[in-house]
Design a protein around this ligand. Structure first.
Ligand SMILES: Cc1cc2nc3c(=O)[nH]c(=O)nc-3n(C[C@H](O)[C@H](O)[C@H](O)COP(=O)(O)OP(=O)(O)OC[C@H]3O[C@@H](n4cnc5c(N)ncnc54)[C@H](O)[C@@H]3O)c2cc1C
Length: 479
């Protein structure tokens, strides 16, 4: 008879399966899961933290035997309920090893649960680095890949475009490798697959020799930026804008690879104390005195004023301080519609500012770019893309009004054919998504084939992808 450790999970008697899973089961008093933004929270019926691939298979087998769904979660940085479930949750944080580094061919293979921060450490030991990054590096590699997390640069795709191959554990318990040459449909569905094609066990990622970036920041009038958008967007490898609508000023960041020595910009007093802590205290007070919000926005805009130049390791320039828990939404607008969309947003903001009871938005509005790609559900599928994102902070975790503001914003970006960031809350269902994504039905075909019983489908997926009437506020922190 095969031993429990070599047997196929489906051959293991249920009692033994429970015994094998017990050491990786999170105690029931720690089964509350809250996302980083403190906007969604859930209590799964059980949470597992496997340390190897076989334990992932065991958890999947348990889900099958108990007839439950299984949701993977990284570190919960998705601002929506994308990772939430009230059934079984598999947290990937202990699947965090680098499995192979190939400096010659410039790739790394790492387990899906490694955080980008940990990956940077391993890469830099080998004089390598990721090509592009978003605003933070706290996320897991699989979390980044399944949501098509993006950085900025008209010549740079979402991070998933750097994925060369994936190793997946499918719903039927089989392991499969996919890439552009092998199981290519599964690959193109999985590198922005929202966690529903299978468990990402490992990722082969293309990287490049370690590099420093030289970043220049300056403040510009909004009208100038919009009028000359094309020049600004193409003026450097990595360009991003932070727009302060209350003053119609845009902070323009442009960064290029450089051989210059490190020379970081900024000071602790200015950025951490004033820019972070004092601003949070002011935002907290603005919850009770609405006009203060505009004053805080102007103060934050003034804090970053003036020109600055900094040179540092790539990830330190790519990453920024995203401040506090927050409501956020971000949409990918076709680049050709960007100017019209930004002008409509500016008109909307002006109307709100003129209304004494109007919305006083937090700041900044973040504007970034991604090259077109061919990933079926990537918001940059088939088109050069401009990402436009807004935030309403929750100072010290306290809530602020955001719903009307977000609804109005979403209506505007949707009018310009915007596609929502998958990790962030939105209101679209399959009918709208099908119109925005030419390969939506191909994606559906793949998930019906690899997971016919919907083991990996949580409430977010049922609502947005399957079109089931699932309450969008089911996991809301403040329903
Ligand atoms: C402060 C902040 C800044 C951010 N900045 C950016 C940015 O600059 N650009 C951008 O595009 N996004 C950004 N995001 C969004 C973020 O990159 C994504 O939400 C990312 O998915 C978070 O990774 P995670 O490890 O927390 O995954 P989670 O939020 O825990 O999960 C996300 C998804 O990944 C799936 N998943 C996780 N692990 C696996 C696995 N092993 N196999 C299969 N599926 C899996 C989950 O099921 C879920 O669907 C930001 C978020 C925050 C909070």
């Amino acid at each position: 008879m095969p031993s429990q450790l070599t047997a196929r999970p489906s051959d293991i008697p249920l009692k033994n399966l429970y015994n094998l899973i017990e050491p990786i089961t999170v105690p029931s008093n720690r089964t509350r899961f809250t996302n980083w933004g403190q906007t969604f929270t859930c209590t799964p019926s059980a949470i597992f933290e496997p340390e190897n691939e076989f334990q992932c298979e065991l958890v999947l087998e348990l889900a099958r035997r108990e007839g439950k769904t299984l949701r993977m979660a990284g570190v919960g940085h998705s601002p929506s309920d994308l990772a939430c479930t009230d059934e079984l949750m598999l947290r990937t944080t202990k699947l965090n090893r680098v499995l192979e580094v190939n400096t010659e061919k410039r790739y790394v293979v790492a387990q899906g649960g490694i955080t980008l921060n940990d990956l940077h450490v391993q890469l830099s030991k080998n004089n390598l680095a990721m090509t592009n990054l978003g605003s933070i590096s706290e996320q897991t590699l699989a979390g980044v890949v399944t949501t098509a997390t993006h950085g900025s640069g008209v010549g740079y795709g979402v991070i998933s475009t750097n994925v060369m191959a994936l190793s997946l554990l499918l719903a039927d318990g089989s392991r499969v490798v996919c890439s552009r040459n092998e199981n290519s449909d599964l690959f193109l569905a999985s590198i922005c697959g929202l966690g529903i094609t299978g468990i990402i066990l490992s990722v082969q990622l293309e990287v490049e020799p370690a590099f420093r970036l030289k970043e220049t920041q300056t403040s510009l009038p909004f009208d100038d930026v919009v009028k000359n958008l094309d020049d600004y967007a193409h003026s450097a490898e990595h360009v991003r804008f932070w727009w302060f609508p209350s003053r119609n000023i845009v902070r323009f960041s442009s960064a290029n690879r450089t051989a210059e020595p490190k020379n970081p910009a900024g000071s602790w007093w200015w950025h951490s104390f004033l820019g972070h802590h004092v601003v949070q205290m002011l935002l907290f007070n603005a919850r009770y005195f609405l006009p203060l919000n505009t004053w805080v926005a102007n103060f934050a805009c003034w804090l970053v004023d003036g020109d600055s130049v900094g040179v540092d390791d790539s990830h330190k320039i790519f990453n920024v301080d995203c401040r506090y828990p927050q409501h956020t939404t971000e949409w990918a607008v076709p680049y050709k519609n960007t100017q019209a969309c930004l002008r409509e947003l500016r008109n909307y903001f002006e109307k709100e500012f003129q209304d004494p009871h109007g919305i006083r938005p937090h700041f900044p509005v973040e504007i970034r770019f991604s090259a077109a790609d061919d990933i079926w559900l990537s918001p940059s599928y088939g088109q050069l893309t401009c990402w436009i994102g807004i935030v309403q902070y929750k100072p010290y975790g306290f809530n602020v009004p955001y719903k009307k503001f977000f609804r109005n914003f979403e209506d505007i970006v949707a009018r310009h054919q915007g596609r929502p960031h998958w990790a962030k809350a939105h209101r679209l269902g399959p009918d709208s998504l099908r119109k925005l994504y030419p390969r939506f039905d191909d994606f559906m075909q793949v998930i019906h084939k690899v997971d016919p019983n919907g083991v990996f489908r949580n409430q977010y997926i049922q609502r947005h992808v399957m079109g089931k009437p699932v309450d969008p506020r089911i996991f809301k922190q403040h329903p």
